[in-house]
Every structure is written in C-alpha cells, then in structure tokens.
Design a protein around this ligand. Structure first.
Ligand SMILES: O=C(O)CCC(=O)C(=O)O
Length: 259
C-alpha cells in the first residue's frame, strides 16, 4: 500500500480512515455467503430479541452457528495479508484479535442510532478519560452491502468531550443520544470498502439502507483486553494450520493462555 504512511497519519490525527474498493468482488461474495448464513441462524435463535431491540450480534467466528469450513473462511479473511497491512498500520506493537460483531438495522423503526464511545459501557465517566488516553481498540468495519455507514467526530480519540458532546452521549440535562452533534463526518460505505476507526472516538452507526456490516475488533497486546477474548471464537490448533497467516490469532492465544 503506497499511501500507508498517509493513512497512518490520518488515523493518528483524526481517529479513522477509509479504504474504498479494497476487497474484490470474489472476496466479498465468499465473506457475504458465510455472514448471511450466520445471520439467518442467529435471527431464528434470537427471534424475540431481534424483533424487539437488537441492532447487532457478536461472536461470529464462534462454533455455535458456523461449520469449521465457514469459520476458516472468516479466519482467513480477517487475517489475510491485505488485512494485516491495514491492522499493522494502526497497531505497530503486536496486534491481537478481540472479537467480531455484525451490525444490522433494528426491526423497530422507532429505534434510533446513538452517539457513544465504546468504553462508556464498561467505565464511569471519570474513568473514561484515562481509558481514552491509554488504550487502543480498533474497529475494522467491512460492510457487506450499501449502507449509510458511520458518523464520527474526528479527533475525539485524542480529546475529552465538550459539554454538548458529553450531555448528548450520556443523555444528561435533557439531551438525547440521537441528537445531531457539530463537527461530525458521515462516512457512507459500500461492499468492498473498509473503515478503520478508534473505538475510543465519539461515533454512531447510521441505520438505513441495506446495512449489514462485519466489525472486526483488534487491540494492542500491551493493553489489558485479554478478558474480552472468547476462546471459542479463536481457531483450534488444527485450524491454525489451514490459516495462511495466523499471527493475529496467535497473539490472542498467547494472551489468553497466560491469563
Ligand atoms: O453500527 C452501529 O450500530 C454502531 C457501531 C459501533 O458503534 C461500533 O462499531 O462500535
């Protein structure tokens, strides 16, 4: 990737970058087949949750819904050399695989998208500042169809909220997490694109169109995220031999074996 340095710089300064048409039609077709089969089985199994409130599922690479062959397709997609080039550009120390999530449109049309930083679900407001300064979790969003994509506030991976941002994302002082925020950037996405963004930044997924996006979450091995890794979502030793470039998974396996 000739413009890798430029992307690295954009990530450092803005907290995100997007690569358009990065994956081929064939790569997307085989990924889509596996993800659609996961999604159908997941929806059947979680019918009520899906009808009432869900907007994502997780643990896509686990053993519950997919065969070994399908899981290998996912593992080989996630750790392919062209994906590792992207991951290495933002996590120069040993990057490790954390999890996958699949984002879709909620069934209930009243359900609205909402601003957040990922860390706000695990930390009180006072501790979030520290998390933002110290840790690095990166999302790689791979849309399977055309979607409105993500709305991000550039630079917020490096700074704390202003009053309005904090009020909106935590619904304080009568504000709602769906309200518009200034200085945001909307990133519409299509199949073949990949959006790389910091989980720490203020962001929201935009509901609408044919939204079905695979998010791959990776983290820097020096940060304390081993507990977020589910062993069932990692390849077995036998499967590792069938993965061309398993470094991302080996780093997670090393971390969880010492926890
Ligand atoms: O797409 C969404 O609904 C939210 C996505 C998101 O916030 C995330 O990937 O962290």
């Amino acid at each position: 990737m000739s413009n890798l340095h430029h992307l690295q710089q954009q990530y450092e300064e803005q907290g995100y970058f997007v690569l358009r048409n990065y994956f081929t039609t064939d790569e997307m077709a085989s990924l889509r087949a596996v993800i659609l089969s996961f999604h159908e089985l997941w929806k059947q199994d979680n019918a009520q949750f899906y009808q009432e409130e869900a907007f994502n599922s997780s643990l896509i690479t686990g053993t519950q819904y997919l065969s070994e062959t399908q899981r290998l397709t996912l593992f080989n997609f996630i750790s392919a050399e062209k994906m590792m080039q992207v991951i290495d550009s933002v996590i120069v120390n040993k990057p490790a695989f954390m999890n996958t999530q699949l984002f879709f449109n909620p069934v209930n049309p009243q359900q609205q998208d909402f601003w957040h930083r990922d860390c706000q679900y695990d930390y009180e407001i006072a501790d979030q500042r520290k998390v933002i300064e110290e840790t690095q979790v990166v999302h790689l969003r791979v849309p399977l169809f055309v979607e409105l994509g993500m709305e991000l506030i550039p630079g917020t991976h490096l700074r704390w909220d202003n009053d309005e941002e904090l009020n909106v994302r935590h619904e304080l002082n009568g504000r709602d997490s769906n309200e518009a925020l200034p200085n945001s950037e909307k990133i519409p996405l299509e199949a073949g694109d990949v959006l790389v963004f910091s989980a720490d930044m203020i962001h929201r997924g935009l509901y609408g169109l044919d939204r079905l996006a695979l998010d791959i979450l990776v983290f820097d091995c020096v940060s304390d995220y081993a507990d977020y890794v589910d062993a069932d979502c990692l390849p077995t030793t036998a499967m590792l031999n069938k993965i061309a470039n398993p470094r991302l998974f080996l780093n997670s396996i090393d971390l969880i074996s010492s926890r």
